[in-house]
Design a protein around this ligand. Structure first.
Ligand code: HEC
Length: 248
């Protein structure tokens, strides 16, 4: 009983931001960090509902676009302490986060017939695939302005579309895989190519125990998705969220 009072007291303290975002001044760094945080929030929603999505006995999963967007917004708020719907849509930050939420909705609309199919267990609708589809849809909606991609060290890449480019390869090798790199810390810089300035941010992600049913061992054995397992271990660098913001 004392425990539950304590819990209520703690919850009353409001959201405890797990991630400190760069101040919301609309800089490329601030926007990139928010796009990355929203992708993670939305992916966590799919992860939370995975058992349901894979349930062959259940038809309608009640996981429509509005539900997933609503839960993603709530997860983002819990993680960052910010309400993404309060971002001014007239700003780059508001516009890009808005486009990302629309991309999440579009992907969920298109997934309905597949995820609501009765009699089918595993449907291939997993957080990584969802994230890739959201990122592809986002890129179409904001052409040229920004891209979000999930990549990984080359030896771990499953989908060819996720292969790291030169900049990502260098960041992975020289920063994220360096012994002394502070775990979980993003790397960002402005890159100038052909006179155009591009802001780039990479956010490292590590395997949790829950990832290893597919990415763990035995190495080379086939997982439920049909891919060979990588033989990875918990806490290994598993992937990188890579955000590009093209300066106007
Ligand atoms: C059910 C099996 C499964 C689980 C569990 C799983 N993954 Fe994956 N992962 C995949 C598949 C399949 C892809 C390719 C998805 C695509 O592009 O459609 C993938 C892709 C990725 C990618 C993108 C790069 C690439 O290889 O294409 C990263 C990064 C990644 N997974 C990390 C993780 C992490 C971290 C976890 C745990 C939080 C995790 N995965 C859990 C199956 C899984």
């Amino acid at each position: 009983m004392f425990g539950s009072i304590l819990l209520v007291a703690l919850m009353g303290a409001g959201p405890a931001p797990g991630t400190s975002l760069p101040t919301g001044d609309g800089s490329a760094e601030a926007v990139a960090a928010r796009l990355s945080a929203m992708l993670q929030a939305a992916r966590s929603v799919i992860s939370k509902h995975q058992t349901d999505i894979n349930d062959p006995a259940k038809g309608d999963k009640h996981l429509d676009a509005a539900t997933v967007v609503g839960e993603a917004i709530a997860a983002y708020k819990a993680k960052t302490g910010e309400d993404p719907t309060a971002y001014d849509p007239a700003t780059r930050q508001g516009r890009l986060i808005g486009a990302q939420l629309e991309a999440i909705a579009e992907v969920m609309d298109e997934a309905q017939s597949s995820i609501n199919q009765e009699g089918v267990g595993f449907k291939g609708f997993i957080p990584a695939t969802f994230a890739r589809l959201v990122n592809e849809t986002f890129a179409r909606r904001v052409v040229g302005e920004a891209t979000v991609k999930v990549t990984a060290p080359l030896d771990l890449v499953r989908n060819r579309k996720a292969r790291p480019d030169e900049w990502e390869t260098a960041v992975i090798a020289e920063r994220f895989l360096a012994e002394d790199w502070p775990r979980g810390t993003p790397f960002s810089e402005t890159v100038t190519e052909g006179g155009a300035a591009t802001f780039r941010m990479a956010v490292p992600e590590y395997y949790a125990a829950s990832c290893l049913s597919c990415h763990g061992g035995p190495k080379g054995s086939t997982d439920i998705t049909g891919y060979p397992r990588e033989g990875a271990a918990e806490a290994d660098l598993g992937g990188v969220i890579s955000v590009i913001i093209n300066e106007p």
